[in-house]
Design a protein around this ligand. Structure first.
Ligand code: NDP
Length: 461
C-alpha cells in the first residue's frame, strides 16, 4: 500500500510505512464502503510519510490513528412536510472531527449524494485547511441528503428549521460554527439562524457564518472562496514568472466558488472560455459573459444551457465532464469531488494546461494529481487553494465577537494577506521536505504539524 519510490529503505522509514499500512488497513476493514473518506485518508498519509520519518514523536503519540478518528459524529432524522402535505424524512449529519486548535468549523452541504463517507472526507480535509489559515479554528462538516433542486421556498424553510431543531443541541459560537457549502447559501443560513435564535432564546450572532449583512454577516464572505482561489493561483503564477494576463481559463461549476473565481480572474486579465453546471458546459473561445452567467445562476436559478439563448455564437455541450477537453492555460475545478480523473488530466495536459488549482474539495483523483505533478503542471490543492472561504468565515466570527462590521476593503486586504501566507507556508514545508514543487505535500504537512503538535500538548484526549 504505502511505499517509498527508492531502492534502499531505512529501518526508520520501514517502521513508518508499517505503521501507516496498519492504520490504513484498519480503516479499510472497518468502513470499506467509505470510498471518498478512504481516498482522502490515503492522500493525506502519503504526504505525511516524510514528516513521520523526521519526527518520531508523532508515531510515539499514535497521532495518525487519533487524528483520523472524528471526535464526534452526529447522525439524525430530519422530518419535514412538503407542499402536498406529505411527511418526508432525510438524514442529517454533523461530523465534529477535530477541535485541537479551535472550535469545529466547516460548511453544511445539502445534496442527494451526501453520505457519511463524504461528510468524513470533507471534515478531515477541513482540519488541515483551517489550520493552514493560521486562524484558531478546528475542523468539522455537516449536511443532509436533501435535494434543494425544485423545492419551494417554504419547503426549504421547513427543511432548514427541522435540520436546525436537532443541530441546535450540538453547536454554538465557541463549540461548532457551521457555514454554507453546496446547496446551502445565504437563504438557508438565514432560516437556520432564525430557528437557532428562536430555540435558544438568545442572539448568538457567531454561531453560523455566511450570514447576510443585516444580522452579522461579513462583507466579502460571498466572494471569498472564489477570490481567495485566484489570489492563491496568482502567487503560483508569479513564482513561475507567469500571470493571468491573456491566459485562457476554464472553471467547472457556475456556483459560488466558480463565479467569483471567474470574476477576479477576468479582473486580472484572464479570458474565461468555458464553465459548466451539473448538466453540461458552455464554450466560447472569445470569452464568456460573466454578467449573463451571474444572471442565469445567481438571479434566475436557470441552467447554464440557457446561456446560448442570448449568446448564439457560444456552444453548449450536454456532458459537463467533457469540459476538460477544452484547451486552456489554467483549469479550475470548482464544482464537486472527483471531477477530474486520469483521462481528463491527460486531456488537459495534452492541450497545454499550465496550472490546475482546486476551487472545489478533492475535485481531482489521486491518479490525476500524480499526472499533473509528473508533467510539471503547477498544481494547487484544495486545502490551500479554497481556504479563503473559511478564512473569511473566521473573520466574520471575529467581527461578531467584537460587535463590529468591517468594510469590504478591510476584509479583502486580510484575505489577500491570508492567501499569501498560506502559499508561503505550503512552499516552505514543501522545500523543507525536499519536494519544492509539490504543494499537496507542502499543504498537508504545514496544516498537519500545528494540529498534531497541539494534540500532543493537550494530552491523550
Ligand atoms: P454551489 O452549490 O454554489 O455550486 C456548485 C456548482 O457545481 C453548481 O454550478 C453545480 O451545478 C455544479 N455541480 C454540482 N455537482 C456537479 C457535478 N457532478 N458535475 C458538474 N457540476 C456540478 O457550491 P459552491 O460553489 O459553494 O461549492 C463548490 C465546491 O467548492 C464544493 O466542493 C465545496 O465543498 C467547495 N467549497 C466551497 C466553499 C464555499 O465557500 N462555498 C468553501 C470551500 C470549498 P448545478 O447548478 O447544476 O447544481
Amino acid at each position: 500500500m504505502f511505499s517509498l519510490n527508492k531502492k534502499t529503505i531505512t529501518k526508520k522509514e520501514q517502521a513508518v510505512l508499517d505503521y501507516m499500512n496498519r492504520i490504513y488497513k484498519k480503516l479499510e476493514e472497518r468502513d470499506p464502503h467509505e470510498t471518498e473518506f478512504l481516498q482522502a485518508a490515503k492522500m493525506l498519509f502519503n504526504s505525511l510519510i516524510p514528516v513521520f520519518v523526521k519526527n518520531s514523536t508523532y508515531m510515539e503519540h499514535n497521532i495518525l490513528e487519533r487524528i483520523i478518528e472524528p471526535e464526534r459524529i452526529i447522525m439524525f432524522r430530519v422530518p419535514w412536510v412538503d407542499d402536498d402535505n406529505n411527511m418526508r424524512v432525510n438524514r442529517g449529519y454533523r461530523v465534529q472531527f477535530n477541535s485541537a486548535i479551535g472550535p469545529y468549523k466547516g460548511g453544511i452541504r445539502f445534496h442527494p449524494s451526501v453520505n457519511l463517507s463524504i461528510m468524513k472526507f470533507l471534515g478531515l480535509t477541513q482540519i488541515f485547511k483551517n489550520s493552514l489559515t493560521g486562524q484558531p479554528i478546528g475542523g468539522g462538516k455537516g449536511g443532509a441528503d436533501f435535494d434543494p433542486k425544485g423545492k419551494s421556498d417554504q419547503e426549504i424553510m421547513r427543511f432548514c428549521q427541522s435540520y436546525m431543531t436537532e443541530l441546535v443541541n450540538h453547536i454554538g459560537p465557541d463549540t461548532d460554527i457551521p457555514a454554507g457549502d453546496i446547496g446551502v447559501g445565504k437563504r438557508e443560513i438565514g432560516y437556520m439562524f432564525g430557528q437557532y435564535k428562536r430555540l435558544q432564546g438568545a442572539y448568538h450572532a457567531g454561531v453560523l457564518t455566511g450570514k447576510a449583512l443585516n444580522y452579522g454577516g461579513s462583507r466579502g464572505r460571498t466572494e471569498a472562496t472564489g477570490y481567495g482561489t485566484i489570489y492563491f493561483v496568482d502567487e503560483m503564477l508569479k513564482d513561475n514568472n507567469l500571470s493571468f494576463k491573456n491566459a485562457t481559463l476554464i472553471t467547472s461549476g457556475s456556483g459560488n466558488v466558480a463565479i467569483y473565481a471567474m470574476e477576479k480572474a477576468i479582473k486580472l486579465g484572464a479570458k474565461v472560455v468555458a464553465c459548466s453546471d451539473s448538466s453540461g458546459y458552455v464554450y466560447d473561445p472569445n470569452g464568456l459573459s460573466l454578467q449573463t452567467i451571474k444572471r442565469l445562476k445567481l438571479t434566475e436559478s436557470a441552467r447554464i444551457s440557457e446561456y446560448v439563448n442570448t449568446h448564439p455564437h457560444a456552444e453548449y455541450f450536454d456532458d459537463g465532464s467533457k469540459i476538460w477537453s477544452v484547451p486552456c492555460d489554467i483549469a479550475l475545478p470548482c464544482a464537486t469531488q472527483n471531477e477530474i480523473d486520469e483521462d481528463s488530466a491527460k486531456s488537459l495536459i495534452q492541450n497545454g494546461v499550465r496550472v490546475v488549482a482546486e476551487g472545489a474539495n478533492m475535485p481531482c483523483t489521486s491518479e490525476a494529481i500524480d499526472l499533473f505533478i509528473e508533467n510539471n503542471i503547477l498544481f494547487g490543492p484544495a486545502q490551500a487553494v479554497n481556504a479563503g472561504g473559511v478564512a473569511a468565515s473566521a473573520l466574520e466570527m471575529a467581527q461578531n465577537s467584537s460587535r463590529l462590521a468591517w468594510s469590504a476593503e478591510e476584509v479583502d486586504v486580510q484575505l489577500q494577506v491570508i492567501m499569501k501566507r498560506i502559499y508561503r507556508r505550503c512552499t516552505k514545508a514543501a522545500q523543507t521536505y525536499k519536494q519544492p514543487k509539490n504543494l499537496v505535500v507542502g499543504s498537508n504537512i504545514a496544516g498537519f504539524t500545528k494540529v498534531a503538535d497541539t494534540m500532543i500538548d493537550l494530552g491523550n484526549i
